[in-house]
Design a protein around this ligand. Structure first.
Ligand SMILES: [Zn+2]
Length: 152
């Protein structure tokens, strides 16, 4: 008898449970998640004025144009803000405590910010301005979530 079960996924430490990563993309966010599944972090840039905008939205906040290009990022960033969560607001999060919610500034995309988690990192070591780098959290066969870890 052969074992047909897939190997358990190796997930970063401090990442929320995979069950919480349920996507409901729309036409403006779907390209982001398709690229993420391919381990590419992309940010929409206005085709009219070049402004990066995150999260993806129907209209550029500078010129109101709708056209966008999806620009791939290096994954380098800096902690703009963060919070360490010590209380599980849903029971599913108990085993992930404490975890770090981080707002990462992406300098290669005009400084747009992405809300994510800091993983594989001691929560007490997080600082504003700390350099971070992208890591992919494969939560399902076709779903990868961008997380960040200390760039040391
Ligand atoms: Zn624009």
């Amino acid at each position: 008898m052969t074992d047909t079960q897939p190997a358990p996924r190796s997930r970063p430490g401090g990442a929320p449970p995979a069950e919480l990563a349920v996507l409901t993309p729309d036409s403006w966010t779907e390209p982001f998640w398709i690229a993420a599944a391919e381990h590419r972090l992309v940010v929409p840039r206005c085709t009219n004025c070049g402004t990066f905008r995150m999260p993806p939205s129907p209209f550029c906040y500078v010129c109101q144009a709708q056209g966008i290009d999806w620009v791939e990022q290096t994954g380098d960033g800096r902690v703009y803000s963060y919070t360490v969560i010590h209380h599980a607001v849903v029971p599913l999060m108990r085993d992930a405590l404490p975890y770090v919610v981080v707002v990462v500034e992406l300098p290669d995309a005009g400084g747009v910010r992405l809300v994510s988690n800091l993983v594989d990192c001691e929560p007490s070591s997080v600082e504003v301005g700390m350099p971070v780098r992208l890591v992919w959290d494969d939560v399902a066969d076709d779903v990868a979530v961008p997380r960040f870890t200390a760039a040391r």
